[in-house]
Design a protein around this ligand. Structure first.
Ligand code: ATP
Length: 223
């Protein structure tokens, strides 16, 4: 679905990583781990077409991202649900409207009615639907961000530290939601520092662990 082949990236200075290859096969569940600053967020951004590789090929659903125009990238992006590290809500809009926003952007606002109630219940936020994002707890924000990422029923879920700043119980709950999505056939890639969470996931799902360190990506990491 998404493939990186011999990819390098730099922000204008020294190379952050190079010779990096990665395939997100349909239905796979993968974790990306590695030290702070190694480039995990950058790698995720390459996977969802937010950044262009300095060299190498990024392929989004069979198309070379470097040869795609803005509209084509936007269309590919609609097949990817992203949970950002900092959630990125519009603070003046109620939680339910924030979650429904991707449907509006995709011109599918008419699908919101049934979907939204179901999704709010799934993430346990039915009672918070009318609240503003700043009124939510950390765990509630993370669950709202996950609901927003999946409302369009994307093929791929990419989550950047989706359990950052929440306690163990809440991170388990978020993990369960991500595992459920994978069981529904979604391809999942999660960047996480939390090795206990990754171990817990491996007990529930066949997950590959990637480690990005010193500009190199190692696959099949044993914990
Ligand atoms: N827009 C940018 N411009 C310049 N440098 C950047 C930019 N974004 C990130 N960097 C640098 O690139 C490196 C990798 O950042 P990135 O956020 O990808 O790492 P990370 O592994 O996700 O870190 P963390 O685990 O702390 O979130 C860091 O040194 C960071 O300062």
């Amino acid at each position: 679905m998404i493939e990186l082949s011999d990819v390098a990236y730099n922000y204008g200075g020294a190379e952050l990583f190079s010779g990096l290859s990665l395939a997100l096969a349909p239905g796979s569940f993968q974790f990306l781990t590695g030290p702070s600053g190694a480039g995990k967020t950058t790698l995720l951004k390459l996977c969802y077409g937010d950044l262009r590789a300095t060299s190498g090929v990024v392929s989004l659903f069979g198309q070379n991202a470097a040869q795609m125009n803005r509209d084509e990238i936007a269309l590919a992006r609609r097949r990817i649900g992203v949970v950002h590290q900092d959630c990125q809500f519009l603070d003046h809009l109620p939680v339910a409207e924030n979650i429904a926003l991707p449907l509006q952007v995709a011109g599918r606002a008419n699908e919101a009615e049934g979907n939204l109630d179901e999704l709010l219940a799934w993430v346990g936020l039915s009672a918070q639907a009318g609240q503003l994002p700043p009124e939510l707890s950390g765990g509630e924000r993370q669950r709202a961000a996950l609901a927003r990422a999946v409302i369009t029923s994307p093929d791929v879920i990419i989550a950047d530290e989706p359990t950052g700043n929440v306690d163990w119980e809440m991170s388990q709950r978020l993990l369960t939601l991500l595992v459920e999505l994978n069981r529904m056939g979604k391809t999942v890639l999660i960047a996480s520092h939390d090795l206990n969470l990754i171990r817990a996931a491996k007990a529930q799902v066949s997950a590959n662990v990637l480690r990005l360190k010193g500009g190199r990506l190692q696959a099949g990491v044993a914990l």
